[in-house]
Design a protein around this ligand. Structure first.
Ligand SMILES: [Zn+2]
Length: 429
């Protein structure tokens, strides 16, 4: 699979720190070696088998080309597309169309990332998507571009920062990494021949990737999102650069690649995250417990994944519908996100073993493998995110949570007199 990396950006704010070098060449250290950020990324791609790379360059193109040459120094094959005049971030794709004969990775050189791309490619192939967007939760979803998808992860809408958003939404942000089938370039509603020419006002006709190519694919069934907790962060401002450098030096960026074993903290929901009200049926009754946001922020900063596992027999009992439950979880993610905390994933068991009640959904009235204290949800998460269960924790307010953790081979904490924040602080010492 070919990889196209958009390396033409100017990086205006970060250039305060590095006025003489283009953003992709900004140095970053892992504590042993210091290399340009793009070089780390190319090496990571190479190590995963992605050796055919096309760089689209514009701003300080010479410096980038001098650094990487034909790619042989790094054991890769690098070609360039030089934009003499800006074509927008996707204009180059049309000029490169003949070289793009099958699905390709399209990456943004503005971000620092370490991603198991083969895992993403596998997902892309399984869903038979035309486009797969890499999406992740972040600690400022309220001012990030949001992706809204259905339960099968087909993208339904794409909300920019300034667009109105629903009251409650899943913390799912577009990270700027994509797998694209080049056929979508042939189907866009723009006059491809005019790209790079001047319009009647003398302005160069450009193409914007998000607005003109990807957003029109919402609700067509052709575009899916790939939810991943892996590290992808923009380093466009001096503050973000500092954070990314620190994370890189401490190995946090690299460790979060799903090719490495992950550690997780699994959390129960009712009585652990939100106030216990018995079976929660009404979204108005969902309230976070004091200290939960701080606890989850600590988990987020620790490098552990934060994953919720919850029994929701209200679904089998016919008391809450799946869309209603989704909305309750959206409320949870929105409340956490407002204060900079996020969960990496959530699993729920909709089943219940006892039949014979009015209004129940018979096909969910089964003795399943996921209802706690069975470990099914944790085992599924371990498979989805390559989690080492022995170094992971299950925290909850019920004996059944502790049993679930034990059945999955995790360490456990039973919340009795302490709250989640105190428990998490103890784990991290
Ligand atoms: Zn179940």
């Amino acid at each position: 699979m070919k990889t196209v990396i958009m390396a033409g950006g100017k990086g205006t704010r970060i250039s305060e720190l590095f006025p003489d070098i283009p953003k992709p060449l900004i140095p970053i250290s892992n504590g042993i070696d210091t290399k340009p950020v793009l070089e780390w990324e190319i090496c990571s791609l190479r190590d995963q088998g992605f050796k055919d790379i096309i760089l689209t360059v514009s701003h300080m193109a010479d410096k980038i080309m001098d650094c990487f040459g034909d790619g042989s120094r790094l054991g890769t094959n690098i070609e360039y597309f030089i934009e003499d005049k800006p074509l927008g971030n996707a204009g180059a794709l049309f000029k490169l169309r003949e070289k793009l004969d099958s699905d390709f990775l399209l990456l943004n050189a503005d971000a620092v990332f370490e991603v198991d791309f083969n895992r993403m490619v596998k997902y892309h192939q399984e869903t038979r998507a035309q486009v797969t967007l890499f999406t992740h939760p972040n600690n400022h979803p309220y001012d990030s571009g949001l992706i809204i998808a259905d339960d099968n992860k087909q993208v339904q809408s794409w909300l920019a920062k300034e667009d109105n958003r629903p009251t409650y939404y899943k913390n799912r942000v577009n990270a700027g990494l994509h797998i694209i089938n080049p056929k979508v370039l042939d189907e866009v509603n723009i006059d491809i021949k005019k790209i790079g020419t001047e319009d009647e006002n003398g302005k160069t006709i450009k193409v914007d990737l998000d607005r003109q190519i990807l957003k029109p694919l919402c609700n067509t069934g052709k575009m899916f999102c790939y939810d991943s907790p892996e590290y992808v962060k923009d380093m466009g401002t001096p503050e973000r650069y500092k954070q990314v450098c620190q994370d890189f030096e401490y190995g946090i960026v690299q460790a979060k690649s799903l090719s490495n074993k992950q550690k997780a903290i699994f959390l129960d929901r009712d009585g652990t995250i939100n106030k216990y009200v018995g079976f929660l049926r009404d979204i108005e009754e969902f309230e976070l417990i004091d200290g939960v946001t701080e606890a989850i922020k600590l988990i987020n900063a620790s490098g552990y994944l934060c994953i919720v596992v919850t029994n929701q027999p209200v679904i089998a009992r016919g008391e809450v519908t799946v869309p209603e439950l989704t909305e309750i979880h959206n409320k949870m993610e929105t409340l956490l996100g407002q204060r900079g905390a996020y969960i990496d994933s959530l699993y729920y068991c909709p089943h219940h073993p006892h039949k014979g009640y009015e209004g129940e959904i018979p096909e969910l009235k089964i003795d399943c493998e996921c209802r706690k204290p069975k470990p099914g949800m944790i085992l599924k998460a371990a498979e989805d995110f390559n989690i080492d269960l022995q170094s992971s924790w299950m925290i909850g307010d019920g004996e059944s949570d502790v049993l679930t953790g034990e059945n999955a081979g995790c360490k456990t904490v039973l919340l009795t007199n302490e709250n989640l924040l105190e428990a998490v602080k103890k784990i991290f010492g």
